[in-house]
Ligand binder design. Sequence first.
Ligand SMILES: Nc1ncnc2c1ncn2[C@@H]1O[C@H](COP(=O)(O)OP(=O)(O)OP(=O)(O)O)[C@@H](O)[C@H]1O
Ligand SMILES: [Mg+2]
Length: 274
Amino acid sequence: MRDRETLVVVKGLHKMYGDFTAVDHIDLEVPVGQVFGVLGPNGAGKTTTLRMITGLILPTAGEVNIAGYDLRTQTVEAKTVTGFIPDRPYVYDKLTAFEYLRFVGGLYGMSRAEIADRVDELLGLFGLREWSSSLIESFSHGMKQRLVFAGALLPNPRLLVIDEPMVGLDPKGHHLVKTLFRRLVEEQEMSILLSTHTLEVAEEVCDQIVIINHGRIVARGSLGELRLESGQTDGNLEQVFLRITEESQEERDEKVAERFGLATGGTGTDGGSA
Ligand SMILES: Nc1ncnc2c1ncn2[C@@H]1O[C@H](COP(=O)(O)OP(=O)(O)OP(=O)(O)O)[C@@H](O)[C@H]1O
Ligand SMILES: [Mg+2]
């Protein structure tokens, strides 16, 4: 059996905002047909990383290659194989669900016939078929999230990037999405890169996980490998996560203090020369 092919290669990805480092030289590889989870505390750099991988913001340094396309020089090709669901998706309230999906399909260059076929299937999958002609402004938060999922899957992307997929979904929606993720990777060899705070989801669906803290990858591997690394051999992902992120808490405190020009340590003997 040969090794899994790699769909996404990220090397030395780095983002500065002024002199603040939001993402600090991240390397990662997402194999074909796997769910890859990015975890980490608030402000760790997850959204910034995903936005750079989808080409929404430019990195300060580093490379992103998707399906053999260099995101910097072959931007359109790389974006065409990628579907993205941001953490705060924007949908046009004055369109109907069908019109929204037709618009998305148009952006990806799909024909009207292809769009009509896929739209019906996806509206059915996400329980929205009867809402096809309703204005999005009449949708609840979770219904909008389901519609955004349908839009991202419409062009059948090879890579699906999702920032916080579970926000706004009810338990049935959670179940649907978790089952769908496994089906997409196993039956269609899609690769899914997601960030989440819902550790139970990461635990159930992710083949590989990286934990980011203050812009750096502080742990990576399968859940089993992370358990070993954190010494929590029988812990669930929450215990593993807390252990790994606590270890880097001291470093984090120092970085925040540095950003806001505060003294650290509380000893008052840091020998500052100001
Ligand atoms: N446009 C920006 N300008 C300045 N700083 C930014 C900007 N966007 C993000 N940051 C900073 O970069 C860091 C990483 O933010 P990011 O949104 O990537 O975190 P996150 O891991 O997605 O957090 P959360 O779990 O809260 O979604 C934070 O300290 C944030 O304040
Ligand atoms: Mg975020």
